[in-house]
Design a protein around this ligand. Structure first.
Ligand code: FMN
Length: 366
């Protein structure tokens, strides 16, 4: 399927989500402001949000937190699913967050300072030689060097890894080991998700079902009848038209298409790049190498010549697939929405670049 998408060429925008090198701290020789030391010591995140967990919980009224340590989005996806289910099945207001977005010095105080706070869950992927993901580095630094006590903490942990690696799920295991040292209480078992056997979903579901039984019995959390709640609500915006610059027509971010200043243009070429701001790489050349019933194989070359990007082993490309106009119009017709085809919608539909189709690729040398 991915190959068909590639074939669409002009319809498909290709992005380099530059996450992937797994040597701690190196990011294509580009400064990673998101995890920089200055960022760590600041009391608010780059988006202006506070890094103080208790302040956030008081402001939002949340009673559980789901943290993810994720490099390419799998752990992040599972944590969002899990948060949604805590909310819908147990009515626990839950927030789902990136481990890099908060400071951890008040982790133990949460359970005393926030009334009815239930639990913290972790979804932790492993990389390199049993290393944490980039967004979990500071968290482990805190556990190893600063943490003193977690005796109030009730937590769950689902580890994501691949059993073909020597350090299988090392980071989930390490988290439990560290939390044990500081007397935190693990609810249920450490979940072990295995990409190597392609059983991640099954591993997650059996861990989760068992865990939910434990939540009911150990934390006396009652389950309620699940009522369908739509995850997005659409309202129409009549102030903007499809010609306005800020209106997205399916591309990830209009700035990518129409940089209007030199600064914008430079940013598109030279970054800094990360998964929320990937480089939009033109396909220079592609040809089909072979085609069989099971799969087809395409040789594709991506042009990085106008950028400062360099390929390193483990880097990923991601594909931004677009629906064909023909299919979009067909769907609108079926839904009786054809007259709305130019309707502008207000947008919290920001794409998550981590959720692109991901391809691990090999660099062929000539
Ligand atoms: C370059 C690379 C290195 C990895 N190293 C390990 C490892 O040492 N141990 C392990 O259990 N899994 C390892 N994995 C598997 C990932 O942890 C697993 O695919 C996980 O689901 C990725 O989660 P994420 O998408 O949230 O980053 C590695 C995967 C890649 C691509």
């Amino acid at each position: 399927m991915a190959m068909d998408t590639l074939d669409l060429g002009a319809l498909v925008a290709i992005f380099l989500a530059l996450v992937a090198y797994f040597t701690k701290g190196s990011l294509w020789a580009v400064e990673n402001t998101h995890y920089s030391p200055t960022f760590k010591s600041a009391s608010s995140s780059s988006s202006g949000k506070t890094r103080d967990l208790i302040e956030t919980l008081k402001k939002t009224g949340k009673k559980a937190i789901v943290f993810y340590g994720s490099q390419t989005g799998t752990a992040e996806d599972y944590s969002y699913k899990f948060s949604k289910e805590l909310q819908s099945r147990f009515s626990i207001p839950t927030m789902c967050c990136d481990l890099a977005d908060y400071d951890f010095d008040k982790l133990n105080d949460i359970f005393e300072e926030i009334d009815d706070f239930c639990l913290i869950s972790f979804f932790m992927a492993t990389y390199g030689e049993g290393e944490p993901t980039d967004n979990a580095n500071e968290f482990f630094e805190y556990l190893e060097n600063e943490c003193e006590n977690l005796s109030n903490v009730k937590y769950t942990c689902f580890a994501l890894g691949n059993s073909t690696y020597e350090f299988y799920n090392a980071i989930g295991k390490k988290l439990v080991e560290e939390f044990d040292k500081f007397d935190a209480k693990l609810i249920g078992k450490l979940g072990l998700g295995d990409d190597g056997k392609a059983t991640m979903d099954e591993d997650y579901l059996s861990w989760k079902d068992e865990l939910f039984d434990t939540l009911r019995s150990e934390l006396n959390i009652e389950e309620k009848e699940v009522i369908y709640e739509p995850s997005i609500k659409i309202t129409e915006n009549n102030e903007l038209t499809i010609n306005d610059k800020i209106v997205s027509l399916g591309e990830p971010n209009k700035d990518y298409i129409n940089p209007t200043t030199d600064i914008e243009l430079k940013k598109l070429q030279f970054g800094p790049f990360n998964h929320t701001h990937p480089y939009l790489a033109p396909i220079k050349f592609s040809k089909e190498l072979f085609n069989s019933k099971e799969r087809n194989c395409i040789h594709a070359e991506f042009d990085l010549s106008n950028t400062n990007l360099k390929y390193s082993t483990g880097d990923h490309i991601a594909i931004w697939p677009s629906n064909s106009n023909e299919n979009v119009f067909k769907l609108l017709e079926i839904l009786n929405l054809s007259d709305k085809k130019n309707q502008t919608l207000p947008g919290n539909f920001r794409p998550n670049f981590k959720k692109f189709i991901k391809i691990n690729f090999t660099l062929f040398t000539k």
